[in-house]
Design a protein around this ligand. Structure first.
Ligand code: NAI
Length: 338
């Protein structure tokens, strides 16, 4: 029995994410929670002839929504409008994430928690500190979903190089990863296949590529013209990441992945090694490729840090400076409030 709960399931991200997860062979109950329209969304999905049961829960029903959940995914919160940075969402989303994580700690204490709500760089520290306060924090169980940056990087690199190569957007996971955090300058694309990066440089489009990955979200916000931010591509990214966690939950052995996620370093076996390699012993959170055991992050694949180019190192140093501020803001929201 595997129960997955989505908090914020009726939203722009929540609905297509729920649809994709309704197809997952790993899920027996898909539990949807939102403050609005959740009956309609869950009834609609419950007519799909896959093996999972879909249940819907409104505001007063959060205990039922969460009880027994193995995995809780949180896309609840407001999205960006034109002219807004992810940090502008902090005030509203911090309260939402704090409250939903508290309920999760209370009603589904062992669940793996995936944070999609922005700004991820601050929301994950909020979640971790809140669970610590409650005595419910389990290392490796709380991660921020940065997968959309990787999906974008894989797409854009083929956009730039596709014409004169045989690159396939769906098979890029060994060629590129994205580390750092999930907003603007904290997003650091890294080429695992150095040849690709070199080709981009030769074609004089490396800088443009980096900028597109870092600010790809703005393209969507602008095109939607006030109707929100990325929802469909985010749903796909969230689904891919959740499937990786679910696959790992169903396996006895550890799963090595090339998938990055934003994680709390002191909770991870080689967290100190990561801090040393990044060159900042105070850095508590970063997105890097994770190794999973039973759906929890057990360790980080640090090889990516050993092979950075000078450009990538520069980008990472800029990212780390900004990350420290984002992380601090999230921590203070909880610690300052206790
Ligand atoms: P939306 O406004 O369409 O949906 C948000 C949903 O959350 C709404 O249905 C709302 O009723 C619900 N909600 C609000 N407060 C709640 C609460 N306390 N309990 C339960 N549900 C609650 O927004 P959208 O487009 O779905 O975006 C959601 C979040 O995901 C935003 O913060 C956005 O910035 C973030 N996002 C993150 C990405 C990432 O890569 N991590 C990419 C795209 C979006």
């Amino acid at each position: 029995m595997t129960k997955v709960t989505i908090l914020g399931a009726s939203g722009g991200v929540g609905q297509p994410l729920s649809l994709l997860l309704k197809l997952s062979p790993y899920i027996t109950e898909l539990s949807l929670y939102d403050l609005r329209n959740v009956e309609g969304v869950s009834k609609d999905l419950s007519h799909i002839n896959t093996n999972s049961k879909c249940t819907g829960h409104g505001e007063i029903d959060i205990e039922k929504a969460l009880k027994g959940a193995n995995l809780v995914i949180i896309p609840a919160g407001v999205p960006r409008r034109p002219g807004m940075s992810r940090d502008d969402l902090f005030k509203i989303n911090a309260k939402i994430v704090k409250s939903l994580v508290s309920y999760t700690g209370k009603f589904a204490p062992g669940a793996r928690i995936l944070i999609i709500s922005n700004p991820v760089n601050s929301m994950v520290p909020i979640a971790v500190e809140q669970l610590k306060l409650m005595g419910k924090f389990q290392p490796g169980n709380v991660v921020g979903v940065t997968m959309l940056d990787l999906v974008r990087a894989e797409t854009f690199v083929v956009d730039f190089l596709g014409e004169d190569s045989t690159l396939d957007k769906t098979k890029m996971d060994k060629d590129i990863t994205v580390i750092g955090g999930h907003s603007g300058n904290t997003i650091v694309p890294v080429f695992l296949n150095k040849k690709l990066g070199e080709t981009l440089k030769m074609k004089k489009c490396y800088d443009e590529f980096i900028h597109r990955v870092q600010f790809g979200g703005d393209e969507v916000v602008k095109a939607k013209d006030g109707a929100g931010s990325a929802t469909l591509s985010m749903a796909l990214a969230g689904y891919k990441f959740a499937e990786e966690i679910l696959r790992s939950l169903h396996k006895a052995k550890s799963t090595m992945t090339t998938i990055p996620a934003f994680v709390y370093l002191p909770g991870i076996s080689n967290g100190k090694e990561v801090q040393e390699k990044v060159g900042n012993k105070n850095l508590e959170y970063i997105a890097l490729p994770v190794n999973l055991v039973y759906g929890s992050v057990a360790s980080i694949d640090t090889t990516v840090l050993d092979n950075l180019t000078s450009e990538e190192t520069k980008l990472l140093n800029i990212a780390v400076k900004e990350l420290i501020g984002n992380i601090d803001k999230g921590k203070k929201f909880i610690i300052g409030a206790s």
